[in-house]
Design a protein around this ligand. Structure first.
Ligand code: GLN
Ligand code: ZN
Length: 772
């Protein structure tokens, strides 16, 4: 599309930027402060320096309006709690004594006081601290952080727009405080919260904000009429006062749906909408309400969640259409750039040719600026950028990395039968019982054993060249021998090799699969000072050689008891990686599944009779909108069955998931057709066992009887009691005994004691069963 100059004075902007700095300076400063090595003053000035560097970088790239208030020492939702004075009772004293230490106490807890609960920010891998509210919550405005950061940016001579978590999203993300009735609805506090937001907005106006952004991603989820009405009331209220900045209400991560007409009608001056593929329906929906006459539209056309270059020509087409639908159209990423790494330039190990396909925060910013320029000054002025972009997109589409004919034809040839076991569960169970000869209530673990300092040191030594591969592998074998010996002595029935050789359950496989890219500096914030470096699913996936067989076979050679093969499932491989944007997710999942299917076959051929394929991410990848669930679950469960469906009837397939709320996907769990599933259950007193039973789940299950999230050792009586509760829901022939999750974060002493108690518990309950 050709856009003529001066169609509108389009501006470039972003909603947020990675906080950590080029070399994760923020992490170092904060952790240094926690350890007492960095003073509060030095931490503050380090943070200020990072904010300044980000703003300068944005401004120099050509961004017209920089965001402020998006920076955080830990989490922006916690910052919002501070801004509205929602400090839990138990943290008040600490906050009063020292605001910064009190803030970190809320985030991390102290010896005596529990932190706020942490949970995933929508369907990203960022985690926020859940506000705790109750009928007695009193909100008070504290605009200090927002006002100060706005002042810092303005002092640099920049046009700045404060970004705040919107009031409706804030309440929808909250939960009842401890001691408050579980059915308390935080949204009932809206009328109390709004004046506090109005006060903060007035302060920002007084501090020179022309615009302020209120983020309402919760409105991109399915919302009830009452919730939509709350949104209408909220913005009617906030739009009222004269002493406020112009309001830009932003939504992202999905289409706005029923909330779009509500916001379009609200007395606010602008909307920011996501126009990337998943939210494409926003375009028609906006046209259907007659656009935003007289208002500002910020168009999120550059995907803020993937790592790929934008199709600039396609974005210009979208922007061209949008020009007719609002008074003024600005260009942005679909969401904060918090969810992508900082700069591809740091990735020296990635082939420069392939690096050209990648766009991290810095590159996405440049794309936004280019698009805004094209929109404001005409596409002729960005002809060179458009040509380069076209060439890069063509190179990517035509590359053998993204198109491996062998992988494609195999994936295309997959049949229904490939994704189905050759015999029904009832027959398999008989064959497996005969082959494995396990006792009633068999005991097992989830896979990993403690990742000791010695192991981590060995891996660091290997990377630094202080030891060679042979030396490293010797240490892994040593660890494996210890893990096997312990399990035999403790009396576990189905053993594991302990996963000593794995750094991470996704990265370990990504490193061995063709089609995956690894980054050196591609850090993204997971929570607080924890950053992860997700691998990138860049091309067609294939497995050049077996990935785990050697370690499993070694462990099996040490014992006559069955050792489980241990793999990460296709859905989890996608969920904890950056995915391709040039084919449906289901296609990528299928390719990964086929690679895993080969690994499963090789394990089976090497004599592994029990194989576990972990899918802890199955639930968390569920799309935000219920209308999209069926589609997702269809490809997700097919991928799992494709990876496991090729085995003999007497090979036992296990899977593992660790989350408590899975009631809404029980059918999908059933559709996996795994012979045995282990689940987190200890903290919820076997709630999952009851949910499985209520669903009529027909196969074997191991609801966890040992909560591995703390060093606490459960007694044998405690584990036995949970087991008896489990037996009320699941018959003994189908009940397994295992911990909630892997033990890699635990120490050896508590692991030993806990597993010994778990075996004692299983034996005691077996005795009770045979006596009755
Ligand atoms: N097998 C993995 C382990 O034990 C599973 C981890 C997980 O569920 N997150 O560590
Ligand atoms: Zn788990």
């Amino acid at each position: 599309m050709t856009i003529k100059p001066a169609a509108a004075a389009a501006r470039a902007t972003v909603y947020g930027y990675p906080r950590q700095g080029q070399n994760r300076e923020l992490k170092k400063a904060i952790e240094g402060y926690w350890k007492g090595r960095v003073t509060a003053a030095d931490l503050r000035s380090a943070a200020e320096g990072l904010r300044r560097a980000n703003w300068r970088q944005l401004a120099e790239a050509g961004v017209h309006e920089v965001p402020t208030g998006d920076f955080s020492y830990y989490d922006h939702v916690l910052d919002a709690s501070v801004m509205v004075g929602a400090v839990p009772e138990r943290h008040r004293a600490a906050v009063a004594a020292d605001a910064l230490d009190g803030y970190f106490a809320m985030a991390r807890g102290t010896q005596d006081v529990a932190p706020l609960e942490m949970t995933k920010w929508f369907d990203t891998n960022y985690h926020y601290l859940v506000p705790e509210l109750g009928p007695d919550t009193v909100f008070t405005a504290d605009s200090a952080k927002q006002v100060a950061e706005l002042g810092e940016a303005r002092a640099l001579g920049l046009t700045a727009r404060p970004v705040l978590v919107g009031p409706v999203t804030y309440l929808l993300l909250a939960k009842p405080a401890p001691g408050v009735a579980a059915d308390f609805d935080p949204l009932t506090l809206l009328d109390r919260l709004l004046p506090v937001y109005a006060e903060v907005l007035a302060d920002l106006r007084a501090a020179g904000a022309e615009w302020a952004q209120l983020d309402e991603p919760a409105l991109a989820q399915d919302r009830s009429p009452a919730e939509l009405d709350a949104a209408a009331r909220a913005y009617a209220f906030l739009g009222e006062p004269a002493d406020r900045p112009k309001l830009l209400v932003a939504s992202y991560f999905d289409r706005l749906g029923e909330a779009l007409p509500v916001l379009a009608k609200a007395p606010v001056e602008g909307l920011a909408l996501d126009f990337t593929e998943r939210s494409a329906a926003n375009l028609d929906a906006l046209a259907a309400v007659g656009g935003l006459p007289g208002k500002r539209l910020v168009a999120g056309v550059v995907n803020g969640r993937n790592v790929w270059i934008n199709d600039l020509a396609a974005s210009l087409t979208t922007l061209g259409t949008l020009l007719g639908l609002a008074e003024r159209v600005d260009v942005a990423a679909s969401c904060s750039l918090l969810h992508v790494p900082l700069d591809t330039a740091a990735e020296r190990d990635i082939d420069p040719q392939i690096r050209r396909w990648l766009a991290f925060a810095r590159q996405k910013t440049a794309e936004i600026v280019t698009l805004a320029k094209g929109l404001a000054q005409g596409t002729d002025t960005i002809a060179a950028e458009l040509a380069a972009n076209r060439a890069d997109l063509a190179a990517r589409a035509g590359s053998p990395l993204t198109r491996d004919p062998a992988v494609r034809s195999r994936a295309a040839g997959v049949t229904d039968a490939d994704a189905r076991r050759s015999a029904p569960y009832a027959e398999r169970a008989v064959a497996q019982r005969a082959l494995l000869g396990l006792p009633l209530l068999p005991t097992t673990t989830i896979g990993s054993f403690p990742q000791t300092t010695a192991l981590r040191t060995a891996r660091a030594d290997l990377r630094a060249g202080r030891i060679d591969t042979a030396g490293y592998e010797e240490r892994v074998k040593e660890e494996t021998r210890e893990v096997i010996a312990f399990q035999e002595q403790a009396g576990l029935d189905v053993l594991v090799h302990g996963e000593a050789e794995r750094n991470d359950m996704v990265q370990y496989f990504a490193e061995q699969l063709t089609g995956y890219l690894a980054t050196q500096h591609g850090w993204v914030q997971s929570y607080g000072t924890r950053y992860v470096r997700p691998p990138i699913l860049a091309g067609d996936i294939s497995r050049p050689e077996p990935m785990t067989v050697r370690w499993t076979a070694y462990a099996q050679s040490l014992t006559s008891r069955p050792v489980k093969g241990m793999l990460t499932g296709p859905v989890t491989m996608l969920a904890w990686s950056f995915v391709r944007d040039d084919q449906p997710l289901g296609d990528t999942a299928r390719q990964v599944a086929l690679a895993l299917r080969d690994e499963v076959a090789d394990l089976e051929a090497a004599g592994t009779s029990v194989i576990q394929v972990d899918e802890p991410a199955l639930r968390e990848t569920l799309p935000l909108r219920a209308a999209d669930h069926a589609d997702y679950l269809a490809w997700a469960t097919e991928a799992f069955r494709l990876s496991t469906g090729g085995v003999r009837p007497d090979t036992q397939i296990h899977t593992h998931m660790c989350y408590a709320e899975f009631g809404d996907i029980v059918q999908a769990i059933d559709d996996l057709d795994a012979d045995v599933i282990s689940l987190e259950a200890a903290r919820s007193h076997m709630q999952v066992a009851r949910e499985l039973a209520a669903h009529g789940y027909p196969r074997e299950a191991g609801p966890g009887v040992y909560d591995i999230h703390s060093p606490r050792v459960p007694s044998a009586e405690e584990a036995a009691a949970l087991l008896r509760t489990g037996l009320e829901a699941i018959p003994a022939e189908r009940l397994w005994v295992n911990p909630d999750c892997g033990l890699k974060t635990r120490g050896w002493p508590e692991t030993r004691a806990s597993l010994e108690n778990l075996v004692t518990a299983a034996r005691a309950v077996r005795g009770e069963i045979s006596a009755s």
